[in-house]
Ligand binder design. Structure first.
Ligand code: ATP
Length: 242
C-alpha cells in the first residue's frame, strides 16, 4: 500500500478565548492515502476548519503530530513548512482572495512563479488548470470582470495548479450553482483518482457522497467514520452523485 499523504496523530488544538480555553480538536487521528477523498462533516464549531488549517500547515497543534508526505511539520523550519504549503498542498478557502490587479491566468500562475517556475511554463500550467475547471476562456479577465462563481472556479484552479498531492477544500462549492459545484467536486475527485489525497469539509450530504469516507466531528472529537458502502447508504439521495 502507498505511504499516506496526510497523517494526523493524536492532534489536539487549544484556543484561548479570554480566560477560557476552547479545545477545537481533541486527540484526532486521521490518515489519508493517495487516491482517497475524505469528507469531514460536523456541526458548526466542531473543529472542521481547525483540522484543515492544521493539515495545511497554516496552524500548529497544541499536541500530536501532523505529517505531510512523510514529513512531520513540527520538525521543519518555517521556510520548509512554507515550501510544503506551496508545493504539496492545494488549499481551497471559503474566502476567494484573488488578487484584483492580476488576470485569472496570472492569479493561477502566481503560486508556481513564487516557487521558481519560469513564467511561460507557469502560465501554461495555469491555463490547463483553468481549462480543468471550465473557465479556460476567461484567462485574460480580471476578478472584477467575472461573476462570483467564475471567481471561485479561478480560485479552485489556483489551488489545484501544478502537481499537488494534498488537496484541502473548505466548502469549495459555496458561491457556485449546483451544476458548477458538482463539476468542481468532479475535478477534485479526478485529481484524487490520479493519485492526490483530498480532504473536503462540507455541510452537505450530497457533496460528502463524492468521498470514499466520511469523518464526523463533534466538539473536536471524531465520533464516527463511514466507509464507502455506509456513505452510499446513508448519504446518497435517490439517483446518486455519479
Ligand atoms: N483563532 C481562534 N481563537 C479562538 N477560538 C477559536 C479560533 N479558531 C477556532 N476557534 C474555536 O474552536 C472551535 C472550532 O472552530 P472551527 O472553526 O474549527 O469549527 P468549524 O467546525 O469549522 O465551524 P464552522 O462549520 O462554523 O465553520 C470553535 O469553538 C471556535 O470558536
Amino acid at each position: 500500500m502507498s505511504a499516506p499523504v496526510l497523517q494526523l496523530a493524536g492532534v489536539t488544538r487549544d484556543h484561548r478565548q479570554g480566560e477560557a480555553t476552547v479545545q477545537a480538536l481533541r486527540g484526532v487521528d486521521l490518515t489519508v492515502s493517495p487516491g482517497e477523498l475524505v469528507a469531514v462533516m460536523g456541526p458548526s464549531g466542531s473543529g472542521k476548519s481547525t483540522l484543515l488549517h492544521l493539515a495545511g500547515g497554516l496552524d500548529t497543534p497544541t499536541a500530536g503530530r501532523v505529517v505531510v508526505e512523510g514529513r512531520d511539520l513540527a520538525e521543519l523550519s518555517a521556510a520548509q513548512v512554507a515550501a510544503v504549503r506551496r508545493r504539496s498542498v492545494g488549499y481551497v478557502f471559503q474566502d476567494l482572495n484573488l488578487l484584483p490587479s492580476l488576470s485569472a491566468v496570472e492569479n493561477v500562475a502566481l503560486p508556481l512563479e513564487l516557487d521558481g517556475v519560469r513564467g511561460g511554463m507557469a502560465r501554461r500550467a495555469a491555463r490547463e488548470a483553468l481549462e480543468e475547471v471550465g473557465v479556460g476562456a476567461l484567462a485574460g479577465r480580471f476578478p472584477d470582470e467575472m461573476s462570483g462563481g467564475q471567481q471561485q472556479r479561478v480560485a479552485i484552479a489556483r489551488a489545484l495548479v501544478g502537481p499537488r498531492r494534498l488537496l484541502l477544500a473548505d466548502e469549495p462549492t459555496g458561491a457556485l450553482d449546483s451544476t458548477t459545484g458538482e463539476e468542481v467536486l468532479r475535478v477534485l475527485r479526478a485529481r484524487c483518482e490520479a493519485g492526490a489525497a483530498g480532504v473536503l469539509v462540507t455541510h452537505e450530504a450530497r457533496h460528502a457522497a463524492w468521498a470514499d469516507r466520511v469523518v464526523f466531528l463533534r466538539d473536536g472529537v471524531v465520533v464516527d467514520q463511514s466507509g464507502p458502502a455506509a456513505v452510499a447508504e446513508s448519504l446518497l439521495p435517490a439517483g446518486g452523485a455519479g
